[in-house]
Design a protein around this ligand. Structure first.
Ligand code: PLP
Length: 454
């Protein structure tokens, strides 16, 4: 590469997120120049299907002019205002009303932030504030799950249940605990059915609550379907049994809808797909198709009322972000949700998602595929070289990285989380485009199998 090329300047000046700095000097960047529908194109002109919607986020695809126009209109009218100390603006009111009224379970208020991590931090602080307002300062512990993903700030990384996000950062912080991962294929005992496994996980949760003291546990955080933990779909009976335990001990449920929200699982929210009754919903990514950063926390009356109650002597909720509920991002989110509704993209996710799950299921017979899993337009295949022992090929992630690299050469961008490759294409995808993805996946698996055997 030329010394002044974008690749060379990237290596010289740009520090990438979630990247091994030493390896980046060898591998270099993939620089994406433009997008069109489900496709993106790099600076050499090579075209890819973006089978991850970027980062599980570009629901309406990469070239939605209506979102550009919504941003331009709002930018020209009021490019910035905030919502601190009783002030506000129309786009944020419109979006709050839209989200509260479209929520699948009764919700009361929306609070706006800029990322999934910030929204989860906000939920934690809200829960702690509420316990103080209720005169229950001991009720501060929060339970999330191993393999769960909730973000990377100090607090949300603590909620995240991946060793990777704790190592080297001295996390998790105090008051955050992790219960068992719901991945049946990896974690179930021999012969244990999904229902039996779910019962055992609910028992694990109850044991943890009893060991900690039920009056010290405030909330449970969970993604309806785990995303970054490897696309883990809840086993049969899981949410029903977990929610029964939470109800028994008066523990709030927070549904992290950052990936599942806005159609991904074949309903508008993952909460509907799995009959969840959350007290707080956290949403981001597909809320604006990530054209601009925005996220939201919705709370129900049970959470909100103690704040406004006259018995609350704390007063001000001392929390908020300069750009939280940014008017341009809010205008884009509103237009994005309108597009999802008008074009029936949730139904599309369900219908084309059924086809995607069929193609995924067809991979299960391949020598390198240990498990396939998913729902509607989110799925994963987990790679192994020995199906009986489920052992990885060398280090965990080596086979995932190999197949992911070959697949990228073959024109499809996926994402390997360890040895699981995820598929989470834009909601606008059609059956033929799903076939293009999985034809390339089959070809890539065969190529990888030849390399593994060689
Ligand atoms: N929660 C979930 C379920 C996520 O998948 C993510 C990001 O992938 C986050 C939270 C964190 O969001 P952000 O990267 O915007 O901080």
């Amino acid at each position: 590469t030329q010394p002044n090329s974008p690749e060379a300047r990237d290596k010289k000046y740009h520090m990438h997120a979630y990247t091994n700095a030493r390896r980046h000097q060898e591998v270099g960047p993939l620089i994406i120049e433009k997008g069109d529908g489900i496709y993106v194109e790099d600076i050499s002109g090579k075209r890819y299907i973006e089978a991850m919607s970027g980062l599980w986020s570009v629901g309406v695809g990469f070239s939605e002019k209506r979102l550009v126009d919504a941003a331009t209109r709002q930018m020209a009218k009021l490019p910035f205002y905030h919502n601190f100390t009783h002030k506000g603006h129309s786009p944020v009111i419109d979006l709050a009303e839209k989200l509260v009224t479209m929520a699948p379970v009764p919700m009361s208020k929306a609070f706006f932030t800029n990322s999934g991590s910030e929204a989860n931090d906000t939920a934690m602080k809200m829960i702690w504030y509420r316990s103080n307002a209720l005169g229950q300062p001991q009720k501060k512990k929060i339970i999330s799950r191993k393999r769960g993903y909730h973000g990377v700030t100090i607090a949300s990384a603590s909620l995240t249940g991946l060793p990777y996000n704790h190592m080297s950062f001295d996390l998790p912080i105090a008051n955050v605990l992790h219960t068992s991962s719901p991945h049946h294929w990896r974690e179930a005992q021999p012969g244990e059915t999904e229902q039996q496994f779910s019962t055992r996980l609910a028992d694990d949760l109850e044991k943890l609550i009893l060991a900690e003291g039920p009056d010290t546990v405030a909330a449970f955080f969970g993604e309806p379907v785990m995303g970054a933990g490897g696309v883990v779909v809840p086993p049969a009976g899981y949410w029903e049994k977990i929610q029964a335990v939470l109800k028994k001990y008066d523990i709030l449920l927070v549904a992290d809808e950052v990936i599942c929200g806005f159609g991904r699982t074949g309903n508008m929210f993952g909460t509907e797909t799995y009959a969840m009754q959350p007290d707080i919903m956290v949403m981001s990514k597909q809320i604006s198709s990530s054209y601009l950063p925005i996220s939201a926390m919705l709370v129900n009356d049970r959470v909100f009322d103690p704040l406004a109650d006259e018995s609350n002597r704390i007063g001000t909720f001392g929390h908020g972000f300069t750009a939280g509920g940014h008017p341009v991002a809010a205008a884009v989110a509103l237009e994005n949700i309108a597009i999802i509704e008008e074009r029936n993209l949730v139904a599309n996710a369900r219908e084309v998602g059924a086809h995607m799950q069929k193609r995924l299921a067809g991979l299960a017979a391949h020598d390198l595929v240990g498990e396939v899993r998913g729902v509607a337009l989110i799925g994963a295949m987990e790679l192994v070289t020995d199906k009986a022992t489920k052992a990885p090929w060398g280090n965990v992630g080596a086979l995932g990285g190999l197949v992911n690299g070959i697949l990228q050469q073959n024109g499809v961008i996926s994402r390997n989380m360890g040895d699981s490759l995820a598929f989470c294409p834009p909601l606008i995808i059609n059956d033929k485009q799903v076939d293009d993805i999985f034809d390339a996946v089959e070809k890539s698996l065969d190529e990888a199998a030849r390399q593994v055997k060689a």
